[in-house]
Design a protein around this ligand. Structure first.
Ligand SMILES: [Zn+2]
Length: 324
């Protein structure tokens, strides 16, 4: 079955739409979308960003035309590049939308960033973390991600198998309520923003709420599952137990290296997030300063929670960190 150059067949009943790389701005990107072809309904894992909306609709139109069936969308997490297709799916296909309990508020809001919810996870000011004031970041995001309107009646994903044999699997770390979908029979794991194959397997610590320790535990847990086919939220899938094992090890090494380097930096002198970010440029925690800051922010949160560093707010209202 060939629909488009971006569509590949993982198995008889699993199709993967790999989103093209963003051309305009890096924010204007879409996550991948997986189509699970069940007997009675087609289930989409994530609905992509605005940039991919037309293509996803065309694909779904063709699938439903071939064998008419109900449409459902289940989410790995509530980031806009994975959920922006929802309102159209609901309008056009009366699709049901499902997400984990913690992700539901994000999915319903359909917002580029839900700052009220992220705020409680932030240990520095918005400006320090995003390297620009809030109104500016929100404006840029609206411009580049497009607008989406809120939806309601998102249902909570329950445990147990879906009709194609996939089970939801908790994969915390990237964003609140982040989950994946695993089919043990053939070892296919749909893992959302666990790691990024486009950036040397960098773990998905790319949100204010990203959690360093949970990410480490999740990567270790996935290693034990030994998937044979790993479908990520971005980039091409990873194939084969060995290659996937190596990728996850690589990801774990990045966590360790980042933690070590942050401690090294703070050993010599107290630093704020901005200074740490420019100091750690060569660690490859990007792309770009904001993503690097997000990553380092998650390291700092974890070190602070373990009482290994302390935080002081300077006269210029910057958060400065030092080793205990
Ligand atoms: Zn994400």
């Amino acid at each position: 079955m060939t629909f488009s150059e971006h569509l590949s067949e993982v198995s008889d009943d699993v199709l993967l739409y790999t989103a093209p790389r963003a051309r305009v701005a890096s924010w204007r990107r879409s996550g991948n979308v997986v189509f699970l072809l069940g007997e009675e309904r087609v289930t989409l894992v994530d609905s992509g960003g605005n940039a991919a909306k037309q293509q996803i609709l065309q694909l779904l139109d063709r699938i439903v035309k071939e064998s008419p069936q109900a449409v459902r969308c289940v989410h790995t997490h509530g980031h806009i590049d994975h959920i922006a297709g929802d309102p159209t799916l609901v309008d056009r296909f009366q699709a049901e939308v499902w997400a984990s309990r913690e992700a539901i508020p994000y999915v319903e809001a359909q917002a580029p960033i839900l700052i009220e919810r992220e705020q409680s996870h932030m240990i520095v000011s918005f400006r320090e973390l995003f390297s620009a004031p809030e109104f500016f970041v929100k404006g840029i995001m609206r411009l580049t991600m497009g607008r989406s309107r809120a939806i309601d009646s998102v249902q909570e994903i329950q445990e147990g198998p879906m009709e194609t044999g996939f089970h939801p699997l908790d994969l915390p770390g990237h964003h609140p309520g982040h989950i994946g979908f695993l089919r043990r029979e053939d070892g296919v794991l749909i893992a959302g923003d666990l790691l990024d194959p486009r950036h040397r397997m960098k773990p998905g610590l790319t949100a204010p709420s990203s959690d360093f320790n949970s990410m480490r535990e999740t990567l270790e847990a996935v290693l034990k599952v030994s998937p044979r086919f790993l479908i990520m939220g971005h980039g091409n899938p990873l194939i084969g137990e060995e290659a996937i094992g190596r990728a996850i090890e690589q990801s774990l090494e990045i966590l360790d290296r980042a933690e070590r380097r942050v401690i090294d930096c703070l050993e010599s002198v107290p630093m704020c997030l901005e200074e740490l970010s420019s100091e750690l440029q060569r660690l490859g925690l990007g792309p770009g300063d904001v993503f690097r800051r997000m990553f380092i922010h998650s390291v700092l949160k974890h070190l602070l929670a373990e009482n290994r560093i302390s935080k002081k707010v300077t006269e210029k209202s910057k958060a400065e960190f030092s080793l205990r």
